[in-house]
Design a protein around this ligand. Structure first.
Ligand SMILES: Nc1ncnc2c1ncn2[C@@H]1O[C@H](COP(=O)(O)OP(=O)(O)OP(=O)(O)O)[C@@H](O)[C@H]1O
Ligand SMILES: [Mg+2]
Length: 287
């Protein structure tokens, strides 16, 4: 069975999508892993950085995005077909990376989520609302070594569907005070969900993202976070730190084909950092 990890933080803009996408690329290319990225965010950022927007729109209209899956739950229909919905060989690296697939999101998930929340049993999930994704994915799980779930900055029912299939979660943070304040909240909500849904999930760690070495606050915050690790409660901070770099933001652009990961993620710095992150991730999940 694959290692399933949700990348989550209730704070927006901390690098969840960027870390998910980069990790998937490095696991697939440098380690030959079969990776599925699940985009649970109606903002569709991960989707649009893996396949182009036109292709996504066509697929979304045909019911080949997660919109159809959750609409089925609401309407009690069975239109969604997981094998049709998965996009194989995504990214603009090497004309598409074999073994790096996508289950795409939809802007229309946003409205749907409100309707599902009204209809669902959010206390104990006895109606199965939280297992919609798990049931749909069951037939294809064994095709992958890793499943990475890009979560939106909320813990609505759609995000909880991702948490319910995850063994681990990873929390990207920008090392400033406001961002780190959110970490205990994530941990608390995860523990609460684990209890309600009777599902074991482990905090793999915090990934420092968009780090600015010239910022005293950033340096101090990273130091404090490393010092405050409480085994079993506060997950450790990954050794690998992802620095703020304009090339990283530009890597989301998939219009032109690129030859390799170094060209995609830009220069020596980000390339080395993401490569190290993937190695550290593999080490963590195998240990
Ligand atoms: N290491 C980095 N260096 C420079 N820019 C970055 C870096 N990481 C992320 N960004 C940029 O910061 C913005 C937010 O990043 P990203 O979309 O990954 O965050 P997010 O946590 O997924 O946001 P949201 O909560 O909206 O889903 C994006 O424009 C992204 O390109
Ligand atoms: Mg995102």
């Amino acid at each position: 069975m694959p290692v399933v990890t949700s990348v989550i933080n209730l704070k927006g803009g901390v690098g969840k999508t960027t870390v998910t996408i980069a990790l998937a690329h490095y696991l697939a290319v440098e380690h030959g892993q079969r990776v599925l990225i699940v985009d649970l965010d109606p903002q569709t950022n991960a989707t649009i950085s893996l396949i182009n927007e036109r292709r996504w729109r066509e697929r979304d209209q045909r019911g080949q995005s997660l919109y159809q899956l959750f609409k089925d739950w609401l309407d009690n229909t069975h239109e969604f077909d997981i094998t049709q919905a998965i996009v194989p060989r995504t990214s603009n690296v090497m004309g598409g990376i074999p073994g790096m697939d996508l289950l795409s999101s939809s802007i229309r998930l946003h409205k749907l989520q409100d309707k599902i929340t009204k209809a669902a049993d959010m206390d104990e999930f006895r109606d199965g609302s939280v297992y919609t994704l798990r049931s749909a994915m069951a037939p294809i799980m064994q095709q992958y070594d890793h499943i990475l779930i890009d979560c939106p900055p909320n813990l609505g029912i759609i995000t909880l569907n991702g948490i319910a299939i995850s063994r681990y979660f990873l929390i990207p943070v920008v090392p400033d005070i406001l961002s780190t304040l959110g970490v205990p909240l994530v941990l608390d909500r995860m523990a609460d969900f684990a209890l309600r849904a009777r599902h074991e999930i482990y905090g793999l760690g915090i990934v420092v993202s968009r780090f600015r070495p010239q910022s005293r606050l950033h340096k101090q915050t990273v130091q404090d976070m490393r010092r405050d690790v409480i085994p079993g409660i506060h997950p450790p901070v990954f050794e690998t730190v992802i620095y703020e770099a304009s090339e990283v933001a530009e890597a989301a652009d998939i219009d032109a084909d690129v030859a390799n990961l170094r060209q995609k993620f830009g220069g020596a710095g980000p390339h080395r950092q993401f490569s190290a992150l993937a190695r550290e991730y593999l080490h963590q999940v195998s240990g």
